[in-house]
Design a protein around this ligand. Structure first.
Ligand code: TRP
Length: 342
């Protein structure tokens, strides 16, 4: 980084976000998060991470975690995140996350964590492994954000409760010790609607869905993507119309939202283009549009993923920047709570 760039970046507001390297990234992750992150690079100083510390709150196959960490990184890069503009790093490569996480554990109440929807959902889903890390997950996430004094955190709706508790913890700490942390704000994706499952359009498209027909993985072959869209659940009404909130229209709404996210056109305008036409034509056009959106990213991804040395170098540079950027906050926190500085 040259000097001008550094001072430039310091004036920009700070964005922090991350994705866990668990499961295959879906079209939902791309349209709902990563695509938006690429655009934010223009106006903000962005820090994006692979959240591997969070991933081990659920039992994983170690080789899969390792492989997926690079897959996530390669997908960030292929989507247009520029490692010269933004900081890209692996969470576990910056020990400040775990350290601040511990301090903040001591400023977070059991009752607050017990109320977290994601904790309740995940403990129901993994009843055999309700570990303490799963419980304190939101505190580590608060540390991720507060370490970098982030102003904004682009997340999906399901993560908003975690942003709320992060703000509560930061305000509590600031009330005790003065202005240590910037109070961050959640930033809901501009892309708008949540991308839903293709098979059960009432629930979110999830990379951990046991039915692979329910989601489009960014790693799927182009013909598989087309097939999955053509097989998406709709309804028997046969009318292409956007009716938000109508459960009978959930499948069609979802396809319209997907089409809108990849083409940038408004859902109602798209629906109007198909008045009098059948689901077959519509699905086939959605399939083409999605394939055209993913194809160039995939081609770039396939090239980058083979270049391990390049990926490793980005991780090394990113980790160094992340440690540097967060060290100031860490020192301040340790001083405030009374730890000896040598
Ligand atoms: N909890 C987020 C998710 O599962 C991932 C995450 C961890 C995160 N730490 C973060 C997102 C900090 C934004 C900021 O999607």
């Amino acid at each position: 980084m040259d000097e001008n760039k550094t001072s430039n970046n310091e004036e920009k507001k700070i964005i922090f976000s991350g994705v866990q390297p668990s499961g295959n990234l879906t079209l939902g992750n791309y349209l709902g998060a990563i695509k938006n992150w690429v655009e934010l690079q223009k106006d903000y100083s962005c820090i994006y991470a692979m959240m591997d510390l969070h991933t081990i709150t659920v039992r994983q196959t170690p080789a899969d975690v390792r492989r997926r960490t690079f897959e996530v990184l390669a997908l960030y890069l292929a989507s247009g995140i520029d490692p010269k503009e933004s900081v890209l790093f692996i969470q576990s490569q910056n020990p400040n996350h775990a350290e601040l996480g511990w301090v903040l554990d001591c400023y977070t109440y059991m009752g607050e964590l017990q109320r977290m929807t994601q904790f309740k959902d995940k403990s129901a889903k993994h009843a055999e492994n309700i570990n303490a890390g799963l419980f304190t997950y939101p505190v580590l996430m608060a540390a991720d954000i507060l370490l970098y004094q982030a102003d904004y955190v682009p997340v999906g709706k399901d993560q908003m409760q975690h942003i709320e508790i992060c703000r509560d913890i930061a305000q509590r700490f600031n009330a005790l010790y003065g202005d240590v942390f910037t109070i961050p704000e959640g930033l809901l994706s501009k892309t708008g609607a949540k991308i839903m499952s293709l098979q059960e359009p009432q629930s979110k498209m999830s990379k951990s869905d046991p039915n692979p027909k329910a989601y489009i993985s960014m790693m799927d072959d182009m013909n598989v993507i087309a097939k999955k869209i053509k097989g998406a659940v709709t309804d028997s009404e046969g009318v292409i119309e956007y009716r938000e909130g109508d459960p009978a229209k959930a499948g069609v709404n979802n396809l319209l939202n997907i089409m809108s996210a990849v083409t940038g056109k408004n859902v109602n305008d798209i629906a109007a283009d198909y008045s009098g036409k059948g689901y077959g034509d519509f699905k086939s056009d959605v399939a083409d549009a999605v394939v055209e959106c993913i194809r160039p990213i995939r081609e770039e991804y396939d090239r980058i993923i083979k270049d391990k040395e390049y990926l490793m170098q980005i991780c090394r540079d990113g980790a160094e920047k992340a440690r540097y950027l967060s060290s100031r906050t860490m020192r301040k926190v340790y001083k405030k709570v009374g730890f000896v500085q040598l």
